[in-house]
Design a protein around this ligand. Structure first.
Ligand SMILES: C[S@@+](CC[C@H](N)C(=O)[O-])C[C@H]1O[C@@H](n2cnc3c(N)ncnc32)[C@H](O)[C@@H]1O
Length: 325
């Protein structure tokens, strides 16, 4: 039962049959998007899947080749298997499902579930991995209390209108002793280690202007754009975690780092943002911006990507916490 509802909600998980696959999608300004949630207007198509692949590889690089932070290995060790049940992992906003598939491979004795607005995941997956379709921006998540050992939500806060409530729900479905992992990009760009805006004097005006417009459009759709930097505090405020650790890493965008590892990270980030500039078109146009303005914003941001005058970065925030036993 949800922490604030007197009775459980109707089940919101949706079954996918090959003949009604198309009902999960609609076209918005030339891109295929999900049909369940009007707030989340980034595409759900092949190009966006390429971007998810880049995001996944980038995050793994930043985490030193691992898929997680916190005591995940200990929590998912076979000895912790609950009597009569399995160890369970949930990936919220799973996208192409790569994280869920990796986790299912690494922990074959666990049951891994990925859930998303759209059925974008591959058909052939490890036997202990499955995918579901559901709008998680719902009042109550369709999962039982104390049912998962690891709950992971990465790069998906743009589809959640009430993140504090969402965190209460994640805390509810975590088993005592289970690990919560949240990973989100800051929407503000970073120049020379400092978060900047288009008002700041930098050589990346086009990039700042586009990211500000994205923030404005998301804000107008009810998304709290400050979530990435404060999600640790919000998790702590659920009262379910005795300790919450939040860290961040500034990720280079482009080909300027001298260090070979950071150069690889920079290349992956650059490719991600190259695709993101095009991916935000449905969001910007649906938010009422004239086509000419959107075109200019995209061109100016692309100029900063293709002919950079500054060393651009982006900030990635990480949170992990263990639920009170
Ligand atoms: C940027 S992708 C990230 C994918 C993956 N988590 C990763 O980090 O590579 C965000 C994903 O979250 C999903 N998403 C956003 N809001 C959602 C919601 N309210 N319910 C379910 N999924 C949502 C989107 O459909 C999309 O696939």
């Amino acid at each position: 039962m949800c922490y604030c509802c007197p009775s459980p909600p109707p089940v919101q998980l949706m079954s996918i049959r090959p003949d009604d696959y198309h009902r999960f999608f609609r076209t918005v300004y030339g891109r295929r998007c999900n049909a369940l949630n009007n707030r989340y207007l980034l595409p759900a198509d092949e190009d966006e899947l390429k971007r998810f692949d880049l995001l996944h590889r980038l995050t793994r690089f930043v985490l030193g080749g691992s898929n997680y932070i916190g005591p995940v290995k200990q929590v998912l060790s076979p000895e912790r298997k609950p009597a009569g049940d399995k160890l369970r992992v949930l990936d919220l906003g799973t996208g192409g499902g790569l994280w869920a598939i990796d986790m299912a491979d690494e922990f074959p004795h666990t049951e891994v579930t990925g859930v998303d607005l759209a059925p974008l995941q591959p058909e052939w997956v490890p036997v202990n991995c499955s995918f579901e379709v559901c709008d998680l921006d719902a009042h109550c998540l369709p999962y039982e209390s104390n049912s998962f050992d690891v709950v992971h939500a990465r790069n998906m806060h743009a589809g959640i209108s009430n993140y504090p409530h969402f965190l209460h729900e994640l805390s509810r479905i975590l088993r005592p002793g289970g690990v919560l992992i949240l990973i989100e990009f800051d929407l503000r760009p970073v120049a020379d280690g400092i978060l900047v805006s288009s008002q700041t004097k930098t050589d990346m005006y086009g990039w700042c202007a586009l990211t500000e417009e994205i923030q404005r459009c998301l804000g107008a759709r009810g998304v709290d754009i400050a979530v990435p930097e404060k999600m640790g505090v919000l998790a702590y405020e659920t009262g379910c975690f005795p300790e919450v650790l939040q860290q961040h890493a500034d990720i280079p965008i482009g080909f300027w780092p001298k260090d070979p590892t950071m150069l690889t990270v920079g290349q992956l980030a650059w490719m991600n943002f190259d695709l993101l500039v095009l991916a935000v078109k449905p969001l910007l146009l649906s938010s009422g911006l004239p086509e000419s303005r959107v075109k200019m914003l995209m061109q100016d941001a692309q100029r900063d990507l293709y002919q950079p005058l500054a060393q651009m970065s982006t900030r990635l925030h990480f949170v992990h916490a263990v639920k009170r036993a």
